[in-house]
Design a protein around this ligand. Structure first.
Ligand code: FES
Length: 99
């Protein structure tokens, strides 16, 4: 069986870019945290803190925001149209080259 690892590009607030071959099934937040990128993930991925908010710049077809994600983003700061909770985006081969 062939495992295609999605290659994810993270651009941090300071402009530094890091490309990571992520593990399928992990969330964006987990991958960022495991690779020492600046992300808190305070609630551990429960969609309760928004400390994993990220801006998706690639045009991948992502799953719609859940009601919990919408509710959390409605209370968060600096929310943009492309804001997502990193803990709610689970990586699959289809998300290769996500940024
Ligand atoms: Fe708390 Fe994502 S880790 S909302």
């Amino acid at each position: 069986m062939e495992w295609n690892l999605p290659k994810i590009t993270f651009v941090q607030e300071n402009g530094n870019e890091k490309v990571i071959d992520a593990e399928n099934g992990l969330s964006l937040m987990e991958v960022a945290r495991d690779n020492d990128l600046e992300i808190e993930g305070t609630c551990g991925g429960m969609a309760l803190c928004a400390s994993c908010q990220c801006y998706i710049t690639s045009d991948h077809d992502l799953p719609d925001r859940s009601a919990d994600e919408e509710a959390m983003l409605a209370e968060a700061f600096n929310v943009k149209k492309n804001s997502r909770l990193g803990c709610q985006i689970y990586l699959t081969p289809e998300l290769d080259e996500l940024s």
